[in-house]
Design a protein around this ligand. Structure first.
Ligand code: AMP
Length: 431
């Protein structure tokens, strides 16, 4: 299958060619013809599957074929959960529209609104945005959504996880009734299906990879290790393997900072990326990681969501996530677009339940080994550690009970320490 046979215009084929894409990915093959037909889509696709081109290419084609308004009102809205994903989608939109007369802009919180407003005033066709800043500018009457023809909800599952449901509903209320809707989500919970019912009109369902399955090209491994030996083991793996680009996940912002400091003191260039970092610091860390000047990027789940780091060879779970689906999102950073990659998890005794839940979700046992000198602690408890279990998301099944349910005495809600809780709250609410 070629991009040409999908019915894309010469200008788009030229742009795709410039990006070096030789053939469409599975989600592109399925989604592009349907979107060109004007259908609403409910698409199951994780980051790394090429979903952005999957919705952007046909949208650009339809926008460029339709009659242009003289004042260039915004005709397409792409809503993403995080600033990083918004910035990345915008970059893609610019690349794919390089040979078209289409203008785009990205708006998100955490930075001055003035340049965003100035670009909007000059007229744009495509608006990529996070919900908080979008509503803010709309409330200030600095943008209009009344001429929207395309509405894309990207990473809808993460949107809900981050508590954006109310904002999404407010935004939808500002859109014209007649429009084409595309909803992308890595997972399909009951809530997502409900949301989809409210947004989509006779949608077609397309699936890039089977729901909640890990990418085959990813080599997954678990190292059983004592909690206090994790940092040493990580340093050994990075140094002896001579790994040059490693993405490491921690559960908390505090944990990310602490680990980054230790790696730096072991002469491993490292940056941490999480919601407490300024937008400037996050952009700089990511740029350094991409250009090779930063060898290790330590990230929390929220900060890493949607990062586009092509062909990332190593992803390490320094701590397992307490939400099994996050494991799939995390390891989706490697083995991208067909490339192979390695995802290692350093698992201490108290993470045994999380590991069991993850294995249940991915439907396989993950290969396990122990490295001499970094053995697990035979006396450590296998009870999940109580600190940092707060947050507004459903936790793993198994032995943990979610907020609001009857807790047993061993699973009483821990006292929350601001720094130690998992980072799972919207990070673009602060404008
Ligand atoms: P996405 O899932 O949209 O974040 O895309 C993941 C990565 O795949 C990005 O780096 C894209 O540039 C790349 N990509 C998208 N489509 C293709 C394709 N057809 N062939 C090769 N790479 C692609």
């Amino acid at each position: 299958m070629s991009f040409k046979s999908l019915g894309l215009s010469e200008a788009l084929l030229k742009a795709v060619n410039k990006q070096g894409y030789t053939s469409p990915s599975s989600i592109q093959e399925k989604a592009i013809p349907l979107i060109l037909e004007g259908r609403d889509l409910l698409a199951s696709a994780q980051t790394g599957t090429g979903k952005t081109a999957g919705f952007t290419l046909p949208m650009l084609q339809l926008l460029s074929q339709a009659p242009q308004f003289r004042q260039r009102p915004v005709r397409a809205l792409v809503l993403t959960p995080t600033r990083e994903l918004a910035a990345q989608v915008y970059e893609n939109v610019k690349q794919y529209s390089a040979f078209l007369d289409i203008k785009s802009v990205v708006i998100f919180g955490g930075v001055n609104q003035k340049p965003q407003v100035a670009t909007l005033r000059n007229g744009v066709d495509i608006l990529v945005a996070t919900p908080g800043r979008l509503l803010d500018l709309h409330n200030q009457r600095l943008l209009s959504l009344s001429k929207i023809e395309f509405f894309v909800l990207d990473e809808a599952d993460r949107m809900l996880d981050m508590g954006f449901l109310k904002d999404i509903k407010k935004i939808i209320a500002c859109l014209p009734h007649k429009r084409q809707n595309l909803l992308f989500s890595a997972t399909f919970s009951k809530e997502i299906k409900e949301l989809a019912t409210g947004i989509l009109h006779h949608p077609v369902m397309v699936e890039a990879t089977p729901e909640n399955t890990t990418v085959v090209a990813i080599n997954q491994k678990v190292y059983r290790v004592a909690k206090d030996k994790k940092t040493g083991l990580l340093i050994k793996l990075i140094s002896e393997g001579n790994w040059q680009q490693v993405l490491v996940f921690t559960r908390t912002k505090h944990g990310a900072n602490k680990l980054a400091k230790k790696l730096v003191s072991s002469q491993i260039s490292t940056a941490a990326i999480h919601g407490n970092k300024s937008q400037g610091a996050r952009t700089k860390a990511l740029a350094g990681f991409k250009n090779g000047s930063v060898r290790v990027l330590v990230a929390t789940d929220i900060a890493a969501r949607g990062l586009d780091i092509p062909l990332l060879p190593h992803v390490i779970n320094f701590e397992l996530p307490n939400i099994s689906e996050d494991y799939i999102h995390r390891i989706g950073r490697t083995g991208r677009a067909g490339a192979s990659g390695e995802a290692l998890s350093l698992v201490s005794a108290d993470e045994t339940t999380y590991l069991r839940d993850i294995e249940k979700l991915v439907g396989e046992k993950i290969a396990m080994s122990i490295i001499e000198g970094f053995e697990p602690d035979p006396n450590a408890s296998t009870e999940p550690k109580k600190q940092g279990q707060g947050g507004n998301r459903q936790r793993n099944s198994g032995s943990q009970k979610s907020k609001g349910s009857n807790r047993t005495s061993t699973h009483r809600r821990p006292r929350r320490n601001k720094e130690n809780r998992p980072e799972n709250r919207p990070d673009d609410r602060r404008h």
